[in-house]
Ligand binder design. Structure first.
Ligand SMILES: [Zn+2]
Length: 169
């Protein structure tokens, strides 16, 4: 997959060529003799469940999925572990501080919005504390009964919820 919007080398600024390599069309910087690889972007999300077995969701205040409900989460920063990213985004979006991350699964998903593919890394946090306080990226934060979950913005989040709770929920 070559993103046509990336037309200059990010290292030296030369217009990029497109060359086939290992069965894929890839951006190539001629003067430097190097390929500019495109890789999926990792994002981390949290499954947080309260004492009544209800799932924490945020109503998104940003695109994509503006106005829809989703698991708390966001992109992993360079130098940050995915579990730390999930905990950071959780606190930023909901005000809750969580501990004890356990990996649920990693979901691969193509994204029209970001024009690349994403790796959505889902964690369950076993403990949390604090008071719910929606952050900038969330207009509303609340716990939902599993039987009354609203439609989720992203297929990857639906998969993570299904895998965590099992099909018999
Ligand atoms: Zn270059």
């Amino acid at each position: 997959m070559v993103n046509p919007e990336k037309s200059y080398c990010p290292y030296c600024g030369t217009p990029l060529g497109i060359v086939e390599c290992e069965g894929r069309m890839r951006h190539y910087c001629e003067p430097e003799g190097r390929f500019i690889y495109e890789n999926p972007i990792p994002a981390a999300t949290s499954v947080v469940v309260d004492g009544k077995g209800r799932l924490l969701l945020v109503k998104r205040n940003i695109k994509p999925g503006l106005g829809e409900w989703a698991l708390p989460g966001g992109f992993v920063e360079t130098g940050e572990s995915p579990a730390d990213a999930a905990a950071r985004e959780l606190e930023e979006e909901t005000g809750l501080r969580a501990e004890g991350p356990v990996l649920i699964d990693i979901i691969h998903q193509n994204s029209e919005f970001y024009r690349t593919s994403l790796l959505i890394i889902g964690y369950h946090f076993e403990r949390f504390q604090g008071k719910i306080e929606p952050g900038d990226d969330a207009s509303e934060v609340r716990f939902f009964d599993l039987e009354k979950l609203p439609p989720l913005a992203f297929e990857s989040h639906r998969r993570i919820v299904e895998i965590f709770f099992g099909d018999d929920r």
